[in-house]
Design a protein around this ligand. Structure first.
Ligand SMILES: *[C@@H]1O[C@H](CO)[C@@H](O)[C@H](O)[C@H]1NC(C)=O
Ligand SMILES: *[C@@H]1O[C@H](CO)[C@@H](O)[C@H](O)[C@H]1NC(C)=O
Ligand SMILES: *[C@@H]1O[C@H](CO)[C@@H](O)[C@H](O)[C@H]1NC(C)=O
Length: 557
């Protein structure tokens, strides 16, 4: 699984998004093509190839098999048929010679025949793994007949091998449209190429990605994903008035721009101010908040995907003597996660092992390790760790949806079992909006839209401030809801992604492409980016193909 190897989905991201982007990739990809075509039966009709493609890999013309027919076309066809005989017994070099002859003799006006000869020669070159020639001959065939499915398929395969993924995608998109999305094999192939394009483009984009803080909601949910976060735990104590005297004294005398101020900003959700305050604190040699400041600054750097200093701060922290256990474990989890984001899985697992040894009842360790296993595609590891996290008194408010996701991702999982499990979870965690969202998502996949709608409504009722709750099945209504989500959080890339998907579904491919670009700009991790680039490339490719095959978009636009 190249997509999920070290892909860097964050541990704090709303979990149903993981389910959507990983488990749902093929469904989403195929889904919006499908939807799009359903809306416009014109395309279905005009999308049928005009010239009937040959029924088998090589085309035969039974009618003109006698050499007595001495017309140039007849002779060309005779050569081709000879070539086909060689092909069938595996004599590809000889077959190619016959096709050469056929191509040479064939009158240029007999376009369909000529394109067939090129296509057959491409088939022979394919057997010899001569991919450049496959590509060249398929291109020649397609210039003569742009709707030639076999030539498109063959070129898509050659281009994939030659790493021209964009061309491969374009050809496969053409095939999908010409086949009216009826061929599962083609859909799976498109999905694979889309994933590869996404991974490749995300890798390139990550190298030059601008560094900025993600949305407030995202940051908050990242902090919320730690039950034993040492900084937040002390914030909670203060809220409950459980602050000790000396700290209160310090607070009074706090310079306005040190750690205590940073903590206040954290509490108020003014995340962009935190880094500076922590740095101020750290430049004070008499500071009594070095560890907390390092941890908080590293966390903010991590969220900004600025891994270098985060790594330094965390390593410094982990090496400190007399460090409180909770801070050390928290730092190990975060450093481990950065290791995973920077393709160092063995160091990642080592940090988690150390964390687990030091604090075996800390559910944060299992929860975050479970997410990492989920991302590297190790379902057993993920499930085991999520179960351990639940056992380590997983907090009610966070509920145990990770286990559900692990099941959802397991394609062989029994769906009924899975739905029951959901109902159980919702009964146990009636205030968990993500549970409702996940459940709704599954119901949508099952096309139980009415029931899904009810679950979406409940998610919003439970957590009205969570922007990710504001979309659902009905397109127009969801568009309005997503706009509302963007008012709450204009950096919510998920909102842009969903809006883009709706635009694509309703035929506004160009608008969809723009919105995907917005989402890509905001994406935080390579995996998210890969997912978005896949969708983006799918939309662009569809735009190109519709144009090239001369299909009408007029009824949609
Ligand atoms: C081949 O082209 C010739 C003109 O060059 C035309 O008369 C003939 O009908 C064509 N045959 C086929 C099968 O298209
Ligand atoms: C309060 O802060 C000032 C500097 O801002 C410092 O000079 C003073 O010693 C501090 N007082 C206590 C009690 O920490
Ligand atoms: C992983 O990290 C460790 C510790 O920083 C380092 O020694 C090692 O070279 C890294 N391995 C890879 C493959 O980057």
């Amino acid at each position: 699984m190249s997509l999920s190897k070290f892909d860097s989905q964050d541990t704090g991201i709303p979990k149903w998004q993981i389910a959507l982007s990983v488990g749902g990739a093929i469904i989403i990809g195929a889904g919006f093509y499908y939807f799009y075509l359903n809306r416009d039966s014109e395309i279905k009709k005009s999308g049928k190839p005009k010239s009937k493609p040959p029924p088998s890999s090589l085309s035969e013309d039974k009618s003109i098999e006698s050499d007595a027919d001495l017309s140039p076309l007849g002779r060309a066809q005779a050569s081709k048929n000879k070539g086909n005989k060689y092909f069938k017994v595996g004599k590809y070099e000889e077959a190619i010679k016959c096709y050469d002859e056929a191509i040479e003799i064939c009158p240029p006006d007999n376009k369909t025949d000529l394109s067939t000869f090129y296509q057959n020669r491409a088939a022979a070159y394919e057997q010899l793994k001569n991919w450049e020639n496959v590509m060249r001959d398929c291109t020649a065939a397609l210039e003569l007949n742009s709707r030639y499915i076999k030539a498109l398929q063959r070129r898509a395969k050659a281009c994939e091998i030659l790493k021209d993924l964009e061309q491969s995608l374009e050809d496969l998109t053409s095939v999908c449209i010409l086949e009216s999305f009826q061929n599962q094999g083609t859909l799976i192939h498109v999905d694979r190429v889309l994933k590869d394009i996404g991974v490749q483009r995300a890798k390139e984009a990550m190298a030059t990605k601008e560094i900025f803080l993600p949305s407030r909601y995202y940051i908050k949910s990242y902090f919320d994903s730690f039950i034993e976060d040492p900084i937040f735990t002390s914030l909670c104590k203060e809220k409950e008035g459980d602050i000790d005297e000396s700290e209160q004294q310090l607070e009074k005398n706090a310079t306005n721009n040190g750690y205590l101020k940073a903590k206040q900003y954290l509490q108020e959700g003014k995340y962009s101010e935190i880094e500076e305050c922590c740095s101020n604190e750290l430049s004070n040699p008499l500071s009594s908040h070095v560890a907390e400041s390092l941890l908080l600054r590293a966390t903010i750097d991590f969220l900004k995907t600025d891994y270098k200093r985060a790594m330094q701060d965390l390593s410094k922290l982990i090496d400190m003597k007399d460090l409180s256990l909770k801070i050390k474990v928290n730092a190990l989890i975060k450093r481990g996660t950065i290791y995973m984001h920077t393709d160092n899985l063995s160091s990642c697992l080592q940090d988690f092992r150390n964390a687990r040894e030091m604090d075996p009842t800390n559910s944060d360790v299992y929860h975050h390790l479970g997410q990492i296993y989920l991302l590297v595609g190790n379902m057993d590891g993920a499930t085991d760790n999520f179960n351990l996290a639940v056992k380590a008194q997983y907090k009610l408010s966070n509920c145990n949806y990770p286990e559900i996701i692990a099941h959802q991702k397991d394609q062989n999982a029994d769906l009924t079992y899975f739905l029951h499990k959901f109902e159980d979870v919702i009964k146990s965690f009636p205030k968990c909006s993500e549970c409702y969202m996940l459940y709704a998502q599954v119901l949508c996949d099952q096309e139980k839209f009415e029931e899904a709608d009810k679950q979406y409504a409940k998610a919003i009722e439970v957590d009205p401030d969570n922007p990710t709750n504001y979309w659902k099945g009905d397109l127009d209504a969801s568009k309005k809801m997503i706009m509302k989500a963007l008012e709450l959080d204009d950096k919510c890339e998920l909102a842009y992604e969903n809006l883009a998907t709706i635009e694509v579904q309703t035929g506004n491919l160009k608008r969809g492409v723009e919105l995907f670009e917005k989402a890509i700009y905001l994406a935080k991790t390579e995996m998210e980016m890969a997912h978005l680039y896949s969708l983006h490339s799918a939309a662009i490719s569809q735009l190109k193909v519709v144009d090239k095959l001369g299909l009408s978009l007029s009824t949609i636009e």
